[in-house]
Write a protein that binds this ligand. Structure first.
Ligand SMILES: *Cc1c(COP(=O)(O)O)cnc(C)c1O
Length: 421
């Protein structure tokens, strides 16, 4: 049974029990709307799928880093996977536990490493031999030992969009499997470091379990070899990447339960060694909890096409422009009307500024509202100010109430920090 956080009540599309039209009229458009119930359900489902093996769920903050979203996950007991000092600041501000943080990324600066050491994070996912040495020096300077996991590149094809494939040998992430053992042997001897884990993350929006299990099989052999070398591995971090259904109708990704069962089997050889499983899910936690609600400004038809021009743009939701992604769409009122074929586009001066091409949708008149679904992950988090557009507000719904968790940006905020010369 799938829970649907955005459903029609009569002719009106609601988030939980709140009509989206009410939010649009009170907060304005474009606006991001999230269902707290769906966020909680998705987190619990993922966590429950790993029940029975010692594990930690480190939510990938980059998927949606709004404080109001992080605070919900903090209350559920989540850890965090961060990729910058700024994300650490957000996580701590949301009340998150530093000890449950892992810090990933190929280009952590010394300042970020120091910040994370001072905060007392759980582990660094180190991605290169040079980073090993810099972190050792920074940690000794701070008089502490940094706990590290080495991110390896398992060289498996995640069969996803090339921009979000990260575990192939031509990608910039991690160190080659063949170098990992020697590098960890060396790291183990450094006074500023304590080797505690191995890590990988092979890509995002994966729709099969086999790339995960192939990658885990490689981590398992590495951990077995390290154990033979006398290096005790406390945790194996298998990254994030589980896909969600964007409603395109081209097959469903594995459920968290299917994913959990596959991961559990693949990791079985290590369970006896008392290894803890870490995961870094982002999209699968927040993706379906969020939607972008936008208002139609104009319609037009030329010889080739019908266009629906809306007040949201690629600066608000970049995924279609960046990856050609599909997002489901529905009219916020009266869904039962006959459909036309239309391109849904924004006001930005780029042909890439589109949300859908040749989509079947009821014809929406100026002033009507459109729901763009499955926008909770990599939506607001990737928003920009391109075309000097203030970023959209964000609203968190719980039952029949909602909270504005982020105000619409003002022109003053947008220009703050700039000067004429
Ligand atoms: C982006 C990222 C994730 C989260 O990926 P999802 O596809 O959103 O689950 C996890 N770990 C790392 C290192 C990442 O870069």
């Amino acid at each position: 049974m799938t829970y649907e956080p955005f459903e029609y009540r009569g002719d009106e599309l609601c988030c939980e029990a709140v009509p989206l039209a009410r939010i649009a009229s009170e907060v304005g458009t474009p606006v991001y709307v999230y269902s707290r119930g769906e966020l909680e359900r998705a987190y619990r489902a993922f966590d429950a799928a790993l029940e029975g093996i010692p594990h930690r769920v480190c939510y990938a903050v980059k998927a949606n880093s709004s404080l109001g979203i992080l605070a919900v996950l903090v209350r559920l007991g989540a850890g965090a996977d961060i990729v910058s000092g700024g994300e650490l600041v957000r996580w701590l501000k949301a009340g998150g536990d530093a000890g449950k943080v892992v810090f990933s990324g190929v280009g952590k600066t010394e300042r970020e490493l120091r910040m994370a050491l001072d905060a007392g994070i759980g582990a660094f996912n180190v991605e290169s031999a040079e980073e090993v040495d810099v972190l050792d020096r920074v940690a000794r300077g701070a008089g502490v030992r940094a706990r590290i996991a080495l991110r390896v590149n398992p060289d498996v094809d995640p069969q996803t969009h090339p921009y979000i494939s990260t575990g192939l040998k031509q990608n910039k992430f991690g160190v080659a499997m063949g170098e990992a053992r020697a590098l960890l042997g060396r790291a183990q001897k450094l006074a500023g470091l304590e080797v505690v884990g191995v890590d990988c993350h092979i890509g995002s929006q994966l729709t099969k379990t086999s790339p995960f299990t192939d990658a885990i099989a490689r981590l398992v052999s590495l951990v077995q070899a390290l154990t033979g070398d006398g290096i005790r591995i406390e945790h194996v971090d298998v990254g994030g990447g589980l896909g969600i259904d964007y409603g395109k109708g081209d097959g469903l990704p594995p459920t968290p339960a299917e994913y959990g069962a596959a991961v559990r089997d693949a990791l079985a050889p290590l369970t006896a060694l008392g290894v803890t499983l870490y995961t870094e899910p982002g999209r699968v936690i927040v993706g379906r909890a969020g939607a972008l609600v936008t208002q139609v400004l104009y319609r037009k038809r030329n010889e080739a096409k019908h266009f629906t021009i809306v007040d949201a743009a690629m600066n608000d939701l970049t995924r279609p422009a960046l990856y050609g992604s599909f997002h489901p769409m529905k009219p916020v009122a009266r869904p039962g009307r006959p459909a036309i074929t239309t391109d849904v586009v924004g006001p930005i001066c780029e042909t890439g500024d589109f949300f859908a091409r040749d989509r079947e949708l009821p014809e929406l008149a100026p002033g009507e509202l459109l729901w763009i679904g499955a926008a909770g992950a990599y939506g607001s988090a990737m928003a920009s100010n391109y075309n000097t557009r203030p970023r959209a507000p964000e609203v968190l719904v719980a039952g029949d109430r909602y909270t504005v968790i982020r105000d619409r940006e003002t022109y003053e905020q947008l220009l703050a920090g700039e000067r004429v010369g």
